[in-house]
Write a new protein. Structure first.
Length: 420
């Protein structure tokens, strides 16, 4: 590892840094592997990692602060690359009704399902949405998340979609976590456009997306490609407009059926295709050629009691990076623990603990286009990392539930107890 750091060592052999972190093993996750540096030292300056390596190979450091972890492991900060954390209301009553034997059809007839979330989100004020999302974000931060993606998609009107995106931007400004914002106006058909899906898509392209771009409210554009949502042809209209506005795309694809949305996503060089239970070998090949990351969401698979698992062996065979995310949302994945998703990715999808951990670090960062700045412990990357008083990284995946103690370092500083 020391060769990596050579450019940062001045001729005098002394490295000046803001803080120095010693006494633990560094699980770097470089190239998606543990790549552990035993007895590691990590130097931070201006919020970036400027040196890391073994104690034995360390240069002399001049530092303002020195922290000795006294054992344990350090991982990159976790990246939750697919969430719907901003929404009004919740659907716990519906969850209970279903388990008491009320059918989906009856719940839908009572105005349940996604449209109940749309109604609650439209009614909620900016401040209410902000406070509720903040409340849901806290448990994710407490277990080591330093970067999170949040989507709109429960407003489904210009005003409410913009409100959601502004809440996401405010979370980015006020919370000690890097937040990426995604416009998911093509999530479901709003009641005002019932039977007129093409017109809604046209409206998104002509009116909403240009406004989102003009106000810089989104970092990417997403859609839900499924029989019960939008067709590949409709999604392609949204993708064309997004690309013309300079916004990268992502897609909810192949969750419940095979429409080859992931191939469409690959044609538009999507950052990621997400869910993918029904992805075919041709889909996987297209994603590999385009460099599109596969984002797997075991929480939704579990909650929906699905039986078709995503083709992990094909992703491995063709070298498609696999990310893991919470998909935190009120309907199909009320998940507030990314660590639980690590375990589920292994138990339900047969991933290895090393692959799962890569899924919430380097590959999670890749799914957000942040692979050059986040997701691994490397010189030049953001100083976002987590110390765990654990013997080995597999423990992060092995334990089910509970909160493991950790110290979260965000942008080179220990994140406060109120946030972590
Ligand atoms: Zn989703």
């Amino acid at each position: 590892m020391s060769s990596l750091n050579a450019p940062n060592i001045p001729a005098s052999g002394t490295v000046i840094c803001d803080s120095l972190w010693t006494g633990s093993s560094l699980v770097t996750m470089q190239d998606g592997r543990y790549n552990i540096i035993e007895n590691g030292v990590l130097a931070v300056k201006d919020g970036q990692i400027i040196w890391l390596g073994t104690e034995e190979n360390s240069p002399d450091f001049v530092t303002a602060v020195r922290h000795d972890f006294d054992g344990g492991i350090v991982t990159p900060g976790f990246v939750d690359c697919h969430t719907h954390l901003v929404f009004g209301g919740d659907r716990s009553a519906e969850f209970e009704q279903r388990l008491n034997g009320v059918s989906y059809a009856e719940i839908a007839a009572q105005g349940g399902g996604i449209l109940s979330t749309v109604n609650a989100t439209r009614k909620a004020s900016h401040q209410q949405l902000f406070e509720q999302a903040r409340f849901r974000l806290m448990p994710l931060l407490a277990e080591g998340v330093t970067c999170v993606e949040i989507k709109s998609g429960y407003g489904l009107s210009d005003e409410s979609e913009l409100k959601m995106l502004r809440v996401i931007r405010e979370l980015a400004q006020s919370m000690p976590v890097r937040v990426k914002s995604t416009c998911l106006a093509a999530h479901a058909l709003p009641p005002e456009f019932k039977g007129r899906a093409d017109e809604y898509i046209q409206h998104i392209c002509d009116v909403l997306l240009p406004q989102v771009a003009a106000e810089n409210l989104a970092d990417a554009v997403d859609a839900f490609c499924e029989h019960l949502a939008f067709s590949p042809a409709q999604v392609e209209q949204v993708f064309k407009r997004a690309v013309s506005l300079g916004l990268p795309v992502k897609l909810h694809a192949e969750q419940l059926s095979s429409l080859h949305g992931s191939q469409l996503a690959a044609r538009y060089s999507a950052l990621s295709a997400d869910h993918l239970e029904y992805a075919t070998e041709e889909d996987v090949k297209a994603m590999a050629a385009a460099g599109t990351t596969a984002v797997l969401l075991p929480g939704a698979y579990y909650l929906l009691r699905e039986t078709q698992t995503p083709p992990v062996a094909l992703f491995r065979q063709y070298g498609v990076p696999i990310a893991i995310a919470s998909d935190a949302n009120p309907g199909t994945s009320p998940v507030l623990s990314l660590r639980l998703m690590l375990n589920m990715a292994c138990t339900l999808f047969h991933m290895t603990p090393e692959e799962a951990l890569a899924g919430v670090t380097c590959h999670g960062a890749r799914a957000l286009g942040l692979q050059n700045s986040h997701g691994t412990l490397e010189v030049g990357k953001a100083a976002d990392f987590v110390h765990w008083p654990l013997a080995r990284p597999a423990e992060l995946v092995y334990w089910l539930g509970g909160q493991l103690p950790c110290t979260v370092i965000y942008q080179g500083h220990i994140r406060g107890a109120t946030c972590a």
